[in-house]
Structures are given as structure tokens and as C-alpha cells.
Design a protein around this ligand. Structure first.
Ligand code: ADP
Ligand code: MG
Length: 265
């Protein structure tokens, strides 16, 4: 009778897809017997291993799906270099609570101040919490969507940008978009807004200059901003470029201290 149930335990775990628990069943039984575990302790131990492994695989999958250009962590970010940054605000965003409010995060500042670093670091935190994240520069998004349009598959291409819980939209305003590209970007912003799906956006442009981003269409720019900023946390980084700072420390004297035209909200 007992042997039958022991077989059932192994088979049952397999049939239920609890592969990790199945793999560790024998060793866990032996450990439980040697250490006189209670039944519930044994069950909890077995399930914990299964859940941990599932979470690990989920994060691995999310990481693959996110298409992050590199892995940057909050722990690697030197906040002392950017005194204008409120560290508590970044830590609060890293809890992922902003997701539940459908809140966007807008990181503004001149090149090199760590906007993309912070966007990726927040993305990593969020995908480790089990959510899907997708990273794209605006230029890449515009290129992919306009190609999809010419191939008559815009609907399915747009789904890439609506499926993930969080979308990181990097480098808004670095390169000008044509009218079609601007309207495709606008569609992504609108639809994500309607669905309460957050965007983490980085830009070197002040909001007043967003007309240029949207092919000089001030109406489209203001409609996009209206949606982006309705539920949003705007972080304006007014520091020096970290890259240039590193270079300066390495001994290059002819580097200007402050970049021109830092954006303002
Ligand atoms: P931006 O997107 O604002 O142009 P990046 O995030 O690409 O800037 O930062 C440029 C480089 O400098 C990246 O390698 C980034 O990891 C690094 N960096 C920027 N700011 C910091 C910082 N405060 N601490 C550590 N590394 C930083
Ligand atoms: Mg950047």
C-alpha cells in the first residue's frame, strides 16, 4: 500500500507538471526522515523549491522577451553623481507600485546623465517581480512599425507594444521622425494610455520642444504629452554627463562641464 502511494507521489508530481518537486522528491523524503520534519514542513519545503524554480524560469523568459540592450542595476548607479535626483523616489518606483496606477515614468535630461541606465534598472526590477517588460528606442519602434505597415501587418506589429505590462521607450527626441513615424508613435502612446499600461520614457528634449519630435505637428505633440503626463512621475536630471565626468577624471581637460540646454519640465 505504502509503496503504491510512494509511486503515486512521484507520478502525480510529474503529471501535475511539478518537475522540480519530482526531481527532489527522493532526497527531500530522506532529509525529512533524517531530520524528523512534520508533514507540513516537508510539503512546504518541496513546494518552495518548485515555486523558486518557476519564478527563476519566468524571470529568464521575461528577460529574453524584454530585449534590454544591456543589464544595468540600481545598485550600480552612483546617486552621489546626480544630486538633483531624489533617491527615495527612484526606490519607490523600484517597488513597482506605479504599475498598479498605470503611471508613466518620464526621465528627462541631457545626454549621459543616466536616463537609460535608470530606465533599464527599473525594468529589471519589474520583470523580476514577474511582469513583462519591453525595451525599444523610439527610432527602432518607428522603423519596425513603418515596415510592418508597408507589409500590411501593422495590427500584429502593434501588439508587440501593447502586450507587455511596461514599455521602455528610449531616446525620444534624439532623431526626428517623419509624419508617418510620428503618428505610429502617437498610436502606441494613446493605446497604452487607454489600457493603463505604463511607459518608462527617456528624452533629452524639454516638453516645449516636443513639436519637433512629432514632425512639427504641435497638435499631435500636445495630445501625446497630455496622455503621457496625465498619470506620470516626471524626473528631471540636471547633472553632468557621467561619461564625460569619467573622461574628465581620466585626465581630459578640454571637456565642457555642463551640457547646453538641459531640459526642464
Ligand atoms: P543617458 O541615457 O542619460 O544618455 P546613460 O544611462 O546611457 O545616459 O549613461 C551613460 C553611461 O554612464 C552608461 O554606461 C551608464 O551606466 C553610466 N552612468 C550614467 N550615470 C551613472 C551614475 N550616476 N552611476 C553609474 N553609472 C552611470
Ligand atoms: Mg540614453
Amino acid at each position: 500500500m505504502s509503496i503504491l502511494y510512494e509511486q503515486k507521489a512521484a507520478e502525480g508530481l510529474r503529471q501535475l507538471g511539478l518537475e522540480t518537486a519530482f526531481t527532489h522528491l527522493d532526497s527531500s523524503c530522506q532529509q525529512a526522515a533524517a531530520e524528523h520534519w512534520s508533514y507540513s514542513h516537508f510539503l512546504g519545503y518541496l513546494l518552495e523549491g518548485e515555486l523558486r524554480e518557476r519564478h527563476r524560469r519566468g524571470v529568464e523568459l521575461n528577460l529574453h522577451f524584454a530585449r534590454l540592450p544591456c543589464q544595468k542595476r540600481l545598485a550600480d548607479f552612483d546617486f552621489s553623481c546626480q544630486p538633483s535626483l531624489d533617491r527615495r523616489l527612484i526606490d519607490e518606483l523600484a517597488t513597482g507600485r506605479f504599475l498598479h496606477e498605470g503611471r508613466n515614468v518620464v526621465l528627462l535630461g541631457p545626454p549621459g546623465v543616466g536616463k537609460t541606465h535608470l530606465a533599464i534598472a527599473l525594468g529589471l526590477q519589474i520583470l523580476e517581480q514577474g511582469h513583462r517588460v519591453y525595451f525599444s528606442s523610439v527610432v527602432e519602434l518607428a522603423r519596425k512599425l513603418s515596415v510592418a505597415m508597408t507589409q500590411n501587418r501593422l495590427g500584429s506589429a502593434l501588439k508587440t507594444y501593447f502586450a507587455p505590462k511596461v514599455m521602455i521607450l528610449d531616446e525620444v527626441g534624439y532623431l526626428p521622425l517623419d509624419r508617418l513615424q510620428a503618428s505610429l508613435l502617437f498610436q502606441v502612446i494613446c493605446q497604452r494610455y487607454e489600457k493603463h499600461l505604463p511607459i518608462i520614457l527617456t528624452s533629452n528634449k524639454a516638453f516645449g520642444d516636443w513639436g519637433q519630435i512629432f514632425a512639427d505637428d504641435a497638435v499631435m505633440a500636445s495630445a501625446a504629452l497630455d496622455r503621457l503626463l496625465h498619470r506620470s512621475t516626471v524626473i528631471n536630471i540636471r547633472g553632468d554627463s557621467y561619461r564625460l565626468k569619467e573622461k574628465r577624471q581620466a585626465g581630459s581637460q578640454d571637456i565642457p562641464k555642463k551640457p547646453d540646454n538641459p531640459p526642464t519640465s
